[in-house]
Design a protein. Structure first.
Length: 548
């Protein structure tokens, strides 16, 4: 349970909500138990009073019964409201915490995970932690507190009855839940693992549907998804069967516990220690007290699957940052000259991408990097942006970039990656990401320099046109120019362009290159390209060769 509780520490701001939900849960169980006990005592006492003709004041118990009924109803509503509010607040905190932990890992630290797997851990595994408080911690703490309270109250009238009640509450609230958790250990863990695999398989199948259809492999992928789904359903059925057995065991404990309290209480009645109406009260009190233990087996049954979700989340969150910030970052340099000296980098130690690479880009110069695919051109940009580790020396303005804070360093650089991402929003919102404070004049200039202005003006909704999910509603060339406009709007002193004219026709490419040549005057520019037209943008061209 320690690793589960550690996740609640992340949401310690919500502890008052959690405590309030647990307290309300105890109040509701206490009100329900007291209502049952008082009702039984009231009915039995009225019957005795009627037989013996002894005067009986029924006004106070009747009023107390009504008050307890109202408290139970209102308390149950408040308990549901508060516990669910706490659960949703916990999930919100966990999502923000996990996203902040993932952000420094991208892209190099996440390369070994499938896209669907990362998305599944960020969404589904975090959603699974709704059970952590709502269905595990709250029922266990509430049940334990209510059990102790119930035994203490029962001991006030009859110690034998209290001991009998305690014994069966112990079986129902401790022995049975631990047995259920032991049985659910394997199915729960496998269920969480299979859920992750199934999400990844479905996501990959949807994203690669076109290729699967063209290759005739769609049926194979569908069979894989079906196989994973069948295995997941089988594990879930095992969990359901365990849940059914524990539910039946809880009901049996409740019945046997009431019978034991009745037997122990009858001895006390025979000894003259407990009255007849008090025995009725104890029996109904015992029956209602088993509500405290009712949720505990199901709570512990959820522990294995929730623990697996926590493990998957922790595996991501605790992954080492590829390029960590220094303990005491230096101030940003005044200059913008870039220098790579004897730089090496590799995705895998056995497969170096760069080896002994050197390049000088003085401040204000524009350099084009050219060469065949696989020589590390894009890796150079990723190293400069502190997305990937390296050996050797990389400086900006004479300062080693590893001694700078990553966020501050990236503030100096505007970049268009090789595969730019468009958010599911409008054209305006996608461009304004580069500089949310920019005005209309700056936005219009960025559109014109990216050769987007005429196209946007012809759209019925103009800048408010949605680009679709991941830019699916625009062409590849349009998406690249939107990303270019976004980088230009940032107006940083260093500009890194990775294939900025990929997907453009010749006329549009010439227009973009001409506009960029004027727009980037005085800036330090690194252009990564294999298109000769982009060479006109550079003061010089550096060709990179294959690593032997």
């Amino acid at each position: 349970m320690r690793e589960l509780i550690s996740m609640l520490v992340v949401s310690r701001r919500q502890w008052p909500w959690m405590a309030a939900g647990i307290l309300l849960g105890v109040v509701v169980i206490a009100a329900n138990t007291a209502l049952m006990a008082l009702s039984g005592w009231f009915i039995a006492s009225m019957a005795v009073a009627g037989v013996t003709a002894v005067p009986f004041n029924y006004f106070f118990p009747a009023a107390a019964i009504r008050a307890l009924a109202i408290l139970r109803t209102v308390g149950r509503y408040a308990e549901r409201l508060v516990t669910h509010e706490a659960a949703f607040r916990i999930l919100a905190d966990l999502r923000v915490w996990l996203f902040r932990r993932l952000e420094p890992l991208a892209p190099a630290g996440l390369e070994r995970y499938a896209g669907g797997d990362v998305a599944g851990r960020l969404r589904a595994d975090v959603d699974a932690l709704e059970s952590l408080y709502l269905r595990i911690v709250a029922p266990l703490v509430t049940g334990a507190a209510a059990i102790v309270l119930a035994v203490l109250v029962a001991a006030r009238w009859s110690m034998p009855a209290a001991l009998a009640l305690f014994a069966f509450l112990l079986v129902a609230g401790v022995v049975l839940p631990h047995w259920a958790r032991h049985l659910a250990q394997g199915p729960g863990r496998r269920s969480a693992e299979l859920s992750g695999e199934l999400r990844t398989a479905v996501t990959e199948g949807i994203q690669g549907a076109e290729e699967l259809i063209l290759l005739g492999a769609a049926e194979h992928q569908a069979a894989r998804v079906d196989h994973l789904s069948s295995r997941l359903v089988a594990e879930q059925e095992r969990l359901a069967a365990i849940g059914g057995f524990t539910l039946a065991g809880g009901v049996a404990c409740g019945g046997l516990g009431v019978a034991a309290v009745l037997a122990a209480g009858s001895v006390s009645v025979a000894a003259g220690v407990v009255s007849g109406p008090s025995l009725v009260m104890l029996v109904l009190f015992a029956a209602a007290a088993f509500e405290a233990a009712g949720g505990m087996p199901a709570a512990l049954q959820l522990v294995p699957s929730t623990r697996e979700a926590v493990r998957r989340i922790r595996e991501l969150a605790d992954a080492p940052v590829p390029v960590p910030d220094p303990p005491a970052p230096e101030q940003l340099p005044a200059g913008t000259g870039i220098a790579f000296r004897n730089v090496s980098s590799a995705y895998d130690p056995a497969l170096p991408v760069l080896h002994g690479f050197s390049l000088e880009v003085p401040a204000g110069e524009k350099v084009a990097l050219a060469g065949p695919s696989g020589v590390g051109k894009s890796t150079v940009a990723e190293i400069l942006l502190r997305f990937r580790g390296y050996a050797g020396s990389v400086t900006i303005g004479g300062v080693e970039i590893s001694r700078l804070a990553a966020d501050e360093l990236r503030g100096l650089i505007a970049a268009v990656p090789q595969r730019p991402h468009l958010f599911t929003a409008t054209i305006r919102e996608n461009i304004m990401v580069g500089n949310p404070a920019a005005g209309d004049v700056a936005l219009r200039r960025a559109l014109e320099d990216a050769c987007l202005a005429a196209w946007v003006d012809d759209l019925p909704l103009g800048l408010d046109t949605p680009v679709g999910e991941g830019g699916s509603a625009v062409s590849g060339g349009e998406a690249r120019r939107i990303a270019l406009a976004r980088a230009l709007l940032k107006d940083a002193p260093i500009l890194v362009l990775d294939e900025p004219t990929e997907g453009l026709d010749a006329a549009t490419e010439r227009g973009v290159v001409a506009r960029l040549a004027a727009r980037t005057e005085g800036k330090t520019v690194l252009v990564i390209t294999h298109r000769p037209a982009c060479f006109a943008l550079a003061d010089r061209v550096v060709r990179m060769g294959k690593i032997e």
